[in-house]
Design a protein around this ligand. Structure first.
Ligand SMILES: [Zn+2]
Length: 337
């Protein structure tokens, strides 16, 4: 790979913490390498929208798959991800470290980061964390809507652990040692606090809203946001209309901006980011209809009077800071010790 010449201006980071587009690609429902008007996100539209950092989530369906297939599905997904990246080597760079993300963005490529959504993917075994990490997975969402061996989910009436299980606590310590980012979106309220208590590294909520604005289990309370911020983490504000407004047809980009503003009001500008959940839902949010519109968030924040430095943090620097902290903790606490 050629390094950019020093005359090339630094590109502003625009990072999205969660999309299901790769999952849709793996299931044969879309080809993310081709521009389409369907769904929210593909690589050509990411380029148009100026997105240069993306966490691609591998959602592991707890109903379409058998329990003994969960981890293999995620590992196969990681292989598909590698093939997609090699087929688009000029535009898409698979990144496993924060430095690689910086280099990819400086070279004008989209830095693509792999996540797994749903701790049931581990099938109750910590060695599966090591396998996923070896295949490039750098984010694990502790739960999807189902409670699992690690933790209780906010979307499940069955909450056997009252938060994080002892295996979940061990999993978080293993993730800290490996340098895998802990994601508490979808977690039950108690799980959020337990995970923050257990983790030696900052924690993210990759795609969540603000409960003070919309009382819904997928949104974080102010107390959770403050606690997550005090541990140095970041909340990726979700674009899913139903999380933003009970009458989802009333939701718009203004609600996303209001969530960002709310988090900034209570924590300052260092703990908020963008977590679209594009292709994880079908509706189109007015003003953020698809990934080509991502730049509208920065425009909206400017209009609201946010300083350029804060907008740059929200658009990407905050997430990069968290990833660097997670990687640094791993470096000082390698697996096996
Ligand atoms: Zn999700």
């Amino acid at each position: 790979m050629t390094e950019p010449s020093p005359s090339v201006p630094k590109r502003a980071l625009l990072i999205d913490l969660h999309t299901d587009a790769l999952y849709e690609h793996i299931r044969g429902r879309k080809d993310i390498t081709q521009r389409s008007e369907h769904g929210h996100l593909d690589i050509p539209r990411m380029q148009e929208g100026g997105v240069n950092g993306q966490v691609f989530a591998l959602w592991v369906s707890p109903t379409e798959l058998q329990p003994d297939e969960y981890c293999d599905f995620a590992l196969r997904g990681a292989q598909v991800f590698d093939r997609v990246c090699s087929g688009c080597a000029d535009t898409l760079a698979p990144v496993r470290t924060p430095d690689a993300m910086r280099r990819a963005v400086a070279a004008g490529r989209i830095a693509a980061l792999l996540g797994v959504e749903g701790g049931h993917a581990l099938q109750g075994r910590l060695d599966n964390l090591d396998r996923l990490f070896a295949h490039g997975v750098r984010v694990l969402t502790l739960t999807w809507n189902n409670s699992n061996e690690l933790a209780d989910a906010g979307g499940d009436t069955h909450q056997p652990h009252h938060g994080l299980s002892s295996l979940g606590r061990q999993a978080i310590r293993r993730m800290n040692a490996l340098g895998m980012i802990v994601d508490i979106s979808h977690s039950a309220d108690r799980t959020v606090f337990d995970a923050l208590d257990a983790s030696l590294s900052p924690v993210i909520a990759s795609h969540s809203g603000v409960r003070a604005r919309r009382d819904f289990h997928r949104n974080l309370t102010d107390e959770q946001i403050r606690e997550l911020a005090s541990h140095g983490g970041v909340v990726g504000v979700v674009f899913l209309p139903y999380f933003l407004r009970e009458r989802e047809e009333d939701a718009s980009i203004e609600d996303v901006l209001a969530c960002i503003d709310h988090i900034c009001q209570i924590t300052g500008p260092d703990y908020v980011a963008l977590g679209s959940d594009f292709d994880g839902f079908e509706a189109r949010l007015a003003g953020l209809e698809d990934v080509t519109r991502m730049g509208a968030v920065a425009e909206g924040l400017r209009r609201l009077g946010f300083p350029a430095g804060d907008i740059a943090k929200i658009a990407g620097l905050n997430f990069l800071r968290v990833w660097e902290a997670v990687a640094a903790t791993a470096g000082s606490n390698p697996p096996g010790r």
